[in-house]
Design a protein. Structure first.
Length: 139
């Protein structure tokens, strides 16, 4: 959207910089785009897969997951050794290369920083990771 945000550790935690960046983004992003993003579901189930940002709370039915957990959960989800009702495809927790496990697939390879963008390809019963290398974001 043309908003120049400095992507380095110097601005993290600096309230005024965050406020200015937030205000600039609010000004730059068209309301139609905001409305579209707000209309999207927090998760999508497709076949044997459940897609969400961060993960799910073990023991809670998929249809009853809270938006808070779908966006923010980490430890309870990652540490769960058992299977889930579907394979959970998620990000939110960066890893050097995508992880494919029996109960979940993590595709967060920190693309903005690493330049590596990963995705899950599902072809029938076959799962594979597609990875493309690019340039990391530079401020």
């Amino acid at each position: 959207y043309g908003v120049d945000l400095v992507a380095d550790a110097r601005w993290f935690g600096k309230a005024e910089t965050v406020r200015k960046g937030h205000a600039a983004l609010i000004e730059a992003v068209p309301q139609a785009h905001v409305d579209f993003l707000r209309s999207l579901p927090f998760s999508v189930a497709f076949g044997d897969f459940f897609f969400c940002h961060a993960g799910i709370r073990p023991g809670v039915p998929l249809e009853s997951q809270s938006p808070q957990d779908l966006i923010w959960i980490r430890d309870a989800f990652h540490d769960h050794p058992g299977l889930y009702p579907k394979v959970i495809v998620h990000g939110h927790t960066p890893v050097p290369e995508a992880e494919v496990m029996a109960n979940r697939v993590n595709v967060d390879t920190l693309a903005w920083h690493s330049g590596t963008l990963s995705a899950l390809v599902v072809d029938g019963a076959e799962k594979r990771i597609l990875t493309v290398e690019g340039r990391p974001f530079q401020s």
